[in-house]
Structure formats: C-alpha cells, structure tokens
Ligand binder design. Structure first.
Ligand code: DAK
Length: 258
C-alpha cells in the first residue's frame, strides 16, 4: 500500500518503508501508510515483525525536511504527534519488532529503529540525531529512547553534537545488536524472527510487556508486573506442552499460541 509494503511469510511479517527517491524519509503520508499497515497485521497469526527500508542506501533518512520546513508551531506539534503515535504503536505492539537497518538511520530514522525491540544493521549503516543542526530537537522520541538504550552520556553527546556514527560504533555502544554485510542483513533478521516465532507466543508477548512496562516503574512495582505475567502463562496450553515435552525428553512440535 502506498509508501509501505507488507509481506507475510509464515509467522513473520516484513514491513518495508518504500520511498527510496527521498531515502525513505518520513512524511505524513508515509507515517499514515505505516500506521495502516501495522493496524492490519493479524496478531493471531503473526509472531514477529521485521521493519526495513527499500533500497541498499537508506533505512530512513529522517523526518521529511521539506514537509517540516514550513510548519507552524501548532503544525509541528501535530506532525510530532502523528510520528509519536505510530512509533509508540510499534513499541507497544504485543509482538516483537526487529529493525533491519540497511543504511542511513538519521533523525526520525534512528528514532523509529529505537521504537523497535531489537536493532541489527548492515555495515554501511549510519546512525545519528542531526536535528540541532536543523534548528530543532529530536521530535519522535529521540531524546527519550536514545538515552534509555545507550545511556545518558552517550545520548547527550550524539544529540548535542549532531554527529553521526557508523555501524561499528553503533554496535560498540549497544545501539545495534549485530552488524552484517548488506546482503546478509535481511536473511539474518528473518532467521532471528523465525527463532522468536518458534517459541511460545504468549510467553514471548508477556516478556515484551514485562520488560517494557517494568522499565517505566521502580523495581518493587516492576517485579510485581513480572510476577503477574509469569502467573498468566500457567493458564496456557503452551506452558503445559512446553513443560510436558521437557519432562518427556521431547520437543514441542509447534506451539499453538493458546
Ligand atoms: N527529508 C526529505 N528529503 C530527504 C531527506 C529528508 N530527511 N533525506 C534525504 N532526502 C532526499 C534529498 O533531498 C534528495 O532528494 P532530491 O534532491 O534527489 O530530490 C534525495 O533524498 C537523496 O538525498 P541526497 O542527494 O542528499 O543523498 P546523499 O547521498 O548526498 O546524502 C544524506 C545522504 C542522508 C547524508 C543526506 O540526504 C542527508 O543529510 N539527509 C538529511 C538527513 C537528516 O538531517 N535527517 C534528519 C531529519 S530531521 C519533530 C518531529 C520529528 C523530528 C523532529 C521534530 N517534531 C514535530 C517536534 C524529526 C526530525 C528529523 O528527522
């Protein structure tokens, strides 16, 4: 659909932001298409998603500077809200989302990758928050998520200096989990997604919720969140199947998501 493609392969969905002429920059149309594609994902049959960009040069080169250049204060806030709503939807989606970062991930591109659960990238990837060089702040969660992922000091350095970092530095600081040659990136993302999809889906979802919700609160509250989600697994057929298989020294032949 429009600027965003979707392919389903078994339990794994592949979302591709497809606006290569503008290096997949996010204008409001792209953001709306992305939201529609995410809303249409069948969460009963999909167990993991991969998000990538079309072409071999850019994942997402940021929010669309042309569109932003003439915004008023109110329009700027409205544009920020469209982006933030989609990014938050990705972050809180019940299933894991892997960002396969295949080139530039600047500004809104870095930010959308950080709303995903896991980032892996190609060796030509470049990450950065160049906004202060354009006279604005990161507006799609960059000031918040970057500090949470790489730590406050490194996030402040990247944001204040507007300095881009290459794939190896992104790996070194923990912004990405792994770096691959360009042609191996998508296969690696698919392999990781398949590994996730093989596990008990309700348990995987509960882990995502426990990690995300727990990080927003103090440890006393966080541990209760974990306890409740742990307990909820004992109402599932997959827990019975998983533990029975272990005790019988066999393997579960496909979790049922029940
Ligand atoms: N927006 C619009 N078009 C872009 C773009 C972008 N971010 N990035 C690239 N393009 C377009 C270029 O204009 C060019 O279009 P044509 O001239 O061919 O029509 C085409 O993509 C190819 O780009 P280049 O010719 O520049 O390609 P190069 O290889 O020479 O350079 C580059 C690649 C990625 C280094 C360069 O394009 C570049 O610096 N792009 C801008 C990167 C950037 O600064 N990104 C951050 C954008 S700011 C907020 C909401 C959101 C945000 C902030 C606030 N609120 C509402 C509060 C987020 C802000 C951002 O993301």
């Amino acid at each position: 659909m429009g600027f965003v493609d979707y392919e389903q392969d078994g339990f794994v969905g592949l979302i591709t932001i497809n606006r290569p002429k503008a290096l997949n920059a996010l204008n409001s149309e792209v953001l709306k298409d992305l939201e529609a594609v995410i809303d249409a994902v069948d969460l009963d049959t999909t167990r993991a998603l991969i998000l990538t960009g079309a072409g071999s040069k850019s994942f997402v080169a940021g929010a669309d500077i042309g569109e932003m250049s003439t915004l008023t204060k109110e329009e700027g806030e409205a544009f920020g809200k469209i982006g933030n709503d989609v990014f938050r939807k990705i972050e809180t989606l019940p299933i894991p989302v892997i960002a396969a970062v295949n080139g530039f991930a600047l500004g809104g591109g870095c930010e959308i990758s950080m709303s995903c659960d896991i980032r892996i990238c190609s060796d030509n990837a470049m990450f950065g928050q160049p906004e202060v060089g354009l006279g604005i702040t990161p507006g799609f969660g960059g000031t918040q998520r970057l500090a949470r992922i790489v730590g406050v000091g490194k996030a402040k350095e990247m944001i204040y200096t507007a300095f881009n970092i290459k794939a190896d530095e992104a790996y070194r600081i923990g912004l990405v989990n792994a770096v691959y040659p360009q042609d191996e990136l998508l296969p690696a993302a698919k392999k990781m997604a398949a590994k996730i999809a093989k596990n008990a889906p309700i348990a995987v979802r509960a882990c995502k919720k426990a990690i995300n919700d727990g990080l927003d609160v103090g440890m006393d509250e966080a541990i209760v969140i974990e306890e409740k989600l742990f307990g909820s697994c004992f109402e599932t057929e997959d827990q019975v199947a998983g533990m029975t298989a272990f005790l019988n020294k066999t393997k579960v032949d496909g979790f049922k998501n029940k």
